[in-house]
Design a protein around this ligand. Structure first.
Ligand code: FE2
Ligand code: FE2
Length: 210
């Protein structure tokens, strides 16, 4: 990352991972860096957009953001909080980008991506697609996968079977590179939880069966 992207990262830190999702900002940024290189996206749009995309959760109370994870939520309830985190995220992103004197024409593109990153149907540009793909890749990463196992009390294999079909589903990922990364990540998750189960069965520790 160049100096100004690092300044954006540092300025946004107090607003990150506010939904009990430690590592979300960092891991989605790492996916975005890979995607932007492999797909020749615009780093000056994609990197600030992914860094700032979920800062809006910091402005919602725990009770508000927990709606997203509640089994009793209605579609309307969930949409209301999702829209709010996007609106709040746009405000924080604008403030952070002005603080580091980011070029105005890039700010427009970045805010447009953040404004509907969770609710938009279809993709409006390559950069927008790459940001949303990096965000979705979180659930296939070790940290994101383990967080969902814990949060929803899923058996790892059921979570695997639930998210595997999403990879190829229509409109989920923008590009093939993201699909390949997701399959790779999920294979790693399967190896990890299979080994862990085996180790548990044999009464050995994880390291001995690698
Ligand atoms: Fe979001
Ligand atoms: Fe996100």
């Amino acid at each position: 990352m160049n100096k100004i992207h690092t300044a954006i990262w540092n300025t946004a830190l107090p607003y990150q991972d506010k939904r009990d999702d430690a590592g979300h900002a960092f891991i989605t940024l790492e996916f975005a860096k890979q995607l932007v290189d492999l797909e020749q996206g615009n780093k000056d749009v994609v990197l600030p957009a992914i860094i700032l995309h979920d800062t809006g959760w910091s402005q919602l109370s725990r009770a508000e953001w927990q709606v997203v994870f509640s089994s009793e939520k209605t579609t309307e309830d969930e949409m209301t909080v999702r829209l709010r985190h996007q609106e709040e995220g746009v405000k924080i992103a604008r403030q952070v980008l002005h603080q580091v004197n980011y070029p105005e024409h890039l700010i427009v593109d970045i805010l447009e991506i953040i404004a509907e990153h969770d609710t938009r149907q279809g993709f409006i540009s390559k950069d927008e697609g790459l940001v949303r793909d990096a965000d979705k890749l979180w659930r296939f990463s070790k940290t994101g996968f383990d967080a969902d196992v814990e949060r929803f009390n899923f058996a790892p294999q059921s979570l695997h079977d639930r998210i595997h079909p999403q990879i190829a589903s229509d409109g989920f990922f923008y590009c093939e590179t993201s699909r390949e990364l997701a399959y790779l990540e999920l294979q790693r998750r399967q190896r990890e939880f299979t080994r862990a189960a085996l180790a548990h069965q044999n009464g050995t520790n994880y390291a001995q069966v690698v």
